[in-house]
Design a protein around this ligand. Sequence first.
Ligand code: NAP
Length: 254
Amino acid sequence: MSNRVNFVLRFAHSCIQKMKKILITGASQGIGYQTARLLALEGYTLICIARNEDALNRLKADFPTHVKVFSCDVTDYLRLQQIHQELEQMDFLPDVIVNNAGMGYFERIEDGPIDHWHHMVDVNIKGVMNVIHVFLPHLIRVHGLIVNVGSVASHQVFPNSAMYASTKHAVKAICDGLRLELAGKVKVTMISPGAVNTGFVDSTTDERMLAEYKPYFATAMDPAAVAEQIKHCIEAPLNTVISEIIIRPDRPVK
Ligand SMILES: NC(=O)c1ccc[n+]([C@@H]2O[C@H](COP(=O)([O-])OP(=O)(O)OC[C@H]3O[C@@H](n4cnc5c(N)ncnc54)[C@H](OP(=O)(O)O)[C@@H]3O)[C@@H](O)[C@H]2O)c1
């Protein structure tokens, strides 16, 4: 193929890519916010979901023509169904979903309050399941893409975060299962970051753990670096899917 034809094909592919509608959960801050910002700047149309309405409205104000926002707790299945219905009526269902909303507590197993464990399961596993369940039929129709944000804790268990790691291992199992059953119908990407400098660590209530982890996360990866990788996966070449990305800070593991 000549260079010219190749250039035209790549340009056409890039234009088609930009027509994709992308739903991002947890878009109010951190990795989700940086991903939304980057994609909006690139000209994508976004559907942004989180609980913090003020933060969502600020995002909407920055990108009024590119961003639709919906306040929603991903553990609320009925609210997600309602959003699906609204989007369907607007002919605005997403071609890509980025399951990014998530949270974690650093604590030892013997100290961990059961409500913390339940909360992590509700958001990190059930939240991902809810979004997939609501949007999967449409994603199958359009041969869409699911990007699930896991963690290095999807692959490895670290001290003081066993229950968090178990929820992120579940995200990996969901990705693997989707690929096994729906290959050729839906594309699946899992992105697994190591420590990122976001508000993630602030959920931890154990003062001792906070004192230990806060400086470690404050000097970790910039969330914009993870956002770049999510964009890279969304823009995978025609007829390909990036199954897995693991990205970590270039430094010793804690
Ligand atoms: N930071 C890290 O070191 C790191 C490393 C590996 C993986 N991750 C993963 O990366 C993802 C993003 O985390 P982050 O680091 O960007 O943390 P973050 O700054 O705390 O952001 C978390 C996002 O998730 C949203 N969220 C939390 N609970 C929610 C719920 N019930 N319903 C809807 N949205 C909810 C938050 O929005 P609202 O509060 O507005 O709802 C927020 O936008 C998570 O899945 C996390 O497990 C993070």
